[in-house]
Design a protein around this ligand. Sequence first.
Ligand SMILES: [Zn+2]
Length: 445
Amino acid sequence: MKHLPEATSQTPKVITRVTLYLSTTLWRSFLTLIIGLGVSITGRTQTLILADRVFDGEEMHQNWAVLVTANKITAVGSIDHIKAPKDATIIRTKGTLLPGLIEGHSHLLLYPYNQTAWDDQVLKEADAYRTARATVHARNTLLAGFTTVRDLGTEGAGYSDVALKRAINEGLIPGPRMVVAGRAIVSTGSYGPKGFDSDSKIMLGAEPADGNELIRVVRDQIGQGADFIKIYADYRWGLSHEDQPSFTSDELKLINEVTRSSGRVMVCHAKSKEAMKRAILAGAVTIEHGDYLDDEIAALMKSHGVTYFPTLAAVESIQQYRGWQKGKNQEPGLVTQKKQGFKIAYQAGVTIGMGGDVGVYPHGENALEMELMEEYGMKSLDVLKAATSINARMLRMENQIGFIKPGWLADLVIVDGDPSQNISSVRKVLWVMKDGVIYRNDFKK
Ligand SMILES: [Zn+2]
């Protein structure tokens, strides 16, 4: 291994960057005493990371040090200014320290459709089986450096996401911090699985509701543990199976109003222009997929402060499951269209989040979306921002995660190489910490 840290202890001289601004030695001794007591009495663990590069959620810094005390980041700054407290574990690395990455669009209850078709996962697999699989997906996600996920629906597995989140929060299983949708909402008749005799009662991948019934369903989903309300503003139920709006503008406004009054937000699956327009005007905070995004929609997203999740990786994966060999065969029209929409949004200055619809492709391969964002023309540093600070703002958790700043949660990842030069470096994960707990440490190997 090239970049081994030296796990040594050093005697504290200066504790935090703050002490630099303290003029008297008296103050300095006082601070040293306080923090010294913190270590000896409460037994709080301290880790000092000395990295060649630190990406703080917005900018890349050279030769920075980051001090972690218990589950918080307590000091950040130039290596020369931050010294290790007594008994601190020290990690030196030539790699890059990043805030824990945030997956903006996951389905931990799903797995790749080329292994088992979506219909079969929804209809033939018991929720208990799907949840058992999801525990493995959660672990793989965390070990890949993704310490938080926004999970956009269980697709027929009820509120298994709420239960999974609880098991992770209680420390029963390793996994990312989860922000969950629960069942999600569709309009009657739009969503699948489809194609069965109308006499048979077929369960759906989300909960159907219409008109005033939406009030009860939104409230019920909130009561069951949904952190936000996810709806399908359109679906491929047009006469030629094209994407057509599923809810009226009034229905969308009603969903949004009921959702907002609980302090939550509405997020919308929308591919067609009309559905995107209705969703944005009704108050959606994010648009998922947005296949038919054009200049008009980009301007609307921008003026309404909507975050766009293009889910490039899902589109490319599905095309590959259907036989497309990237680089060999002609590019499918859907992929070309995605590239076009992505460029329009990026050039227009739309806020673009990182969320690939992972589950369509394997959990733990979350970096695929980041690679495609770079391939489709986004600067690597902007991709890193999307997966950290931008996604944290989208989750309204920017005061806890997505940044490396004193006071923020110790969600940290070390990767080999420099992802601001080549985004694929985020795949070379060496070390993962979530909420102050180390879940992966390849330095020891
Ligand atoms: Zn999705």
